[in-house]
Design a protein around this ligand. Sequence first.
Ligand SMILES: Nc1ncnc2c1ncn2[C@@H]1O[C@H](COP(=O)(O)OP(=O)(O)OP(=O)(O)O)[C@@H](O)[C@H]1O
Ligand SMILES: [Mg+2]
Length: 270
Amino acid sequence: MTTADDSVLQVENVTLRFGGLVSLNDVSMSVPRGAVSAVIGPNGAGKTSLFNCLTGAYKPQEGQVWFTPAGGTRSQLVGRTPHKITHLGVARTFQNIRLFPALTALENVQVGVESRQKSGAISAMLHLPRSTRDDRESVAEAVSLLEFVGLPHRIHEVSAALPYGDQRRLEIARALGTKPSLLLLDEPAAGTNPAEKRDLERLITRIADTGVSVLLIEHDMRLVMSVATQVTVLNFGEVIAQGRPEEVQRNPAVVEAYLGTATDDQEASA
Ligand SMILES: Nc1ncnc2c1ncn2[C@@H]1O[C@H](COP(=O)(O)OP(=O)(O)OP(=O)(O)O)[C@@H](O)[C@H]1O
Ligand SMILES: [Mg+2]
């Protein structure tokens, strides 16, 4: 599968094992450029493991992951460090929010922005003064990202004190600070209320409208159906369906995967 198509990401035959447990089994899928797509599947299906393989947190034993940023060259992500992958243009949020709790909303987003600046990471490590210009730019960019995600009123609040839904949006702002071509969102709606879900739905659509490709892991099917143009379904580490949301929803294998886990846990060991 080496033909150039309009995918921002191509996952080819990825297998990830933990000892005897096969977390991902020969997974192949593609992520369309400039659109919102989704990965769904029952608990333990391998969704987060897939994100971890795409971002360098896990190294699959087999398979390849090809990433082509907007206007850039195609590169292999397997074997690269998370830091390098962020630099190439892949950003993520986490299923369990990972903010710096003692930092303000602004400072959290600055961390994302500064990871991109030359003087950022290295001068922080060496405790060197950063250039005033970089500082000014990172503040301005972080403020505009906080406005973009709808948190202009939270700029100086410590992130640990923010309501849960705001923390989720703050994580998205921080990820956007790295200027990604591809944004991976791991259950961004988890724990949010219906109004926050609607805001999130609009935010995800606006992110894609800016040209960023979005891949979303989500259990809320209403949200998936309303924002995603393509859905990939994982079950026990395997892709059991990929297509348009309405096709996937009617797919008998998908229906069975969901009903099976909802009604009969014994099937998990079958
Ligand atoms: N670091 C690890 N060590 C051992 N097993 C792991 C590790 N990470 C994931 N797994 C296993 O891989 C399988 C898939 O887990 P994963 O977290 O990817 O599922 P998921 O689809 O994200 O589930 P959920 O919807 O509950 O978040 C599970 O059996 C899990 O226990
Ligand atoms: Mg998960």
